[in-house]
Write a protein that binds this ligand. Structure first.
Ligand SMILES: C[S@@+](CC[C@H](N)C(=O)[O-])C[C@H]1O[C@@H](n2cnc3c(N)ncnc32)[C@H](O)[C@@H]1O
Length: 309
C-alpha cells in the first residue's frame, strides 16, 4: 500500500512538471499579484509603501520553524555560506578595511564592520558574521523567523553579543538608519519582495558613502527556471515547492541600473552554483556563468548624498 502511495506520488510529481512550466510561462506575462485576494496578514514590518508581498509572507510564515533543521528544507541555502561568507569577508577587506585589517594579530576578520543583512531569515549569514566580529543588524518581515533567529543565537552563545534582530520594514528602518552601514547584504531576497525597485532603493539608503553592497539572486533565464524551479523543486525536491517563480527572477542589468541611479557603481557580477546539491551538507562555488544565480558587488560613490531625497 505504502509502495503504491510512493509510486502514485512519483507519477503525480512528474505530471505536475508540464503544468508548472505552463504556469510559470503564463505568469511571466501576467503576474499573479493582481489576482491575489487571500487573507491579509499583518506583520510589524507592514508599511504603507508595500514592499511586502502577501503571498510570500504566507509562504515564509509556513516554513518558519524549519530553518535550522540540519537536513531539512533549508540545507541548500545554508550550504550557500561556503561561497558567500568568504565573498563577504573578501569584499569587506578589499573595499572597506584595506590592508590594515590583516595586520592586527588575532583580530577577527570583520572586527568593527557595520553590516546590515536585509531579509536575514533565521540568521544563516548574520550569525557567522557576528562570530567574525561584525556589528550586524539583521532584518526580516516575518516575526516568527526573527524569533527563531534570536533563539538560535542564544542557545549557542548565551548572552554574548550577537546580531541585532529586527522585524521591521525597510521603508521605516531606512529613514531611521540612513547611511549607518559599511555594508549592505541582500541575499536571496530580491526575488521575494513586493515592488522590487522600491525595495532596492530603500536598501541603498542604509549604506554610507564609500560603503558597499552585495546582492545574490536568480537571473531571469530559461536555465534558471529549469534548474532553480523544475530541477530543485520538482525533480530533486531540495527546495520547498513554490519558493521560486520565474517572473520574479531579475536580470543583473536591472539591479545595476537601479544601483547606478542610487549612486552606486557595480564592480563585479559572478555566478554561484551548488557543487553537490543532494549532499547532507551541500557546498557552493563561484563560477563564471551568471545565468542561474549570481552575486553582484557594488560600491556607493563617496559623493552620494547620505540624507533622504
Ligand atoms: C530565501 S530567504 C533568504 C534568507 C537569508 N537572506 C539567507 O540567504 O539565508 C528570503 C527571506 O526574505 C524575507 N523577505 C521577503 N520579503 C521581505 C521584505 N519585504 N522585507 C524583509 N524581508 C523580506 C523572507 O521572510 C525570507 O526570510
Amino acid at each position: 500500500m505504502a509502495m503504491q502511495g510512493t509510486l502514485l506520488d512519483f507519477i503525480i510529481g512528474w505530471l505536475m512538471i508540464p503544468w508548472r512550466i505552463l504556469q510559470e510561462a503564463y505568469w511571466l506575462y501576467c503576474p499573479p499579484e493582481a489576482h491575489d485576494e487571500g487573507e491579509h496578514i499583518s506583520t510589524p514590518a507592514d508599511s504603507a509603501n508595500g514592499t511586502i508581498d502577501q503571498r510570500e509572507l504566507r509562504h515564509w510564515i509556513h516554513l518558519s520553524q524549519r530553518w535550522w533543521d540540519p537536513e531539512g528544507d533549508f540545507a541548500l541555502l545554508r550550504g550557500f555560506n561556503t561561497c558567500r561568507i568568504p565573498m563577504i569577508v573578501k569584499t569587506y577587506r578589499d573595499l572597506i578595511a584595506g590592508e590594515d585589517a590583516t595586520m592586527v594579530d588575532g583580530a577577527l576578520p570583520l572586527t568593527g564592520a557595520r553590516i546590515i543583512d536585509v531579509g536575514c531569515g533565521a540568521g544563516f549569514v548574520a550569525e557567522p558574521l557576528a562570530e567574525y566580529g561584525a556589528d550586524v543588524t539583521a532584518v526580516d518581515m516575518v516575526p516568527e523567523i526573527i524569533e527563531v533567529a534570536r533563539t538560535h543565537w542564544t542557545d549557542l552563545h548565551g548572552d554574548a553579543k550577537g546580531p541585532e534582530y529586527l522585524c521591521a520594514s525597510v521603508e521605516t528602518l531606512a529613514q531611521q538608519r540612513e547611511g549607518q552601514f559599511d555594508m549592505l547584504l541582500c541575499l536571496e531576497v530580491l526575488d521575494h519582495v513586493g515592488n522590487m525597485p522600491e525595495f532596492l532603493r530603500h536598501c541603498c539608503k542604509f549604506v554610507r558613502p564609500g560603503g558597499c553592497a552585495i546582492f545574490t539572486t536568480f537571473n531571469q533565464t530559461v536555465a534558471a527556471g529549469l534548474l532553480g524551479i523544475i530541477g530543485a523543486e520538482h525533480i530533486l525536491r531540495i527546495v520547498p515547492m513554490h519558493t521560486h517563480h520565474l517572473y520574479r527572477f531579475i536580470k543583473p542589468a536591472v539591479v545595476t541600473n537601479i544601483l547606478t541611479e542610487e549612486g552606486f557603481r557595480t564592480l563585479k557580477v559572478s555566478g554561484c552554483f551548488p557543487v553537490n546539491p543532494l549532499a547532507r551538507r551541500p557546498k557552493w562555488m563561484d563560477i563564471p556563468y551568471t545565468g542561474v544565480t549570481y552575486a553582484l558587488v557594488a560600491v556607493k560613490n563617496e559623493s552620494s548624498p547620505s540624507v533622504m531625497k
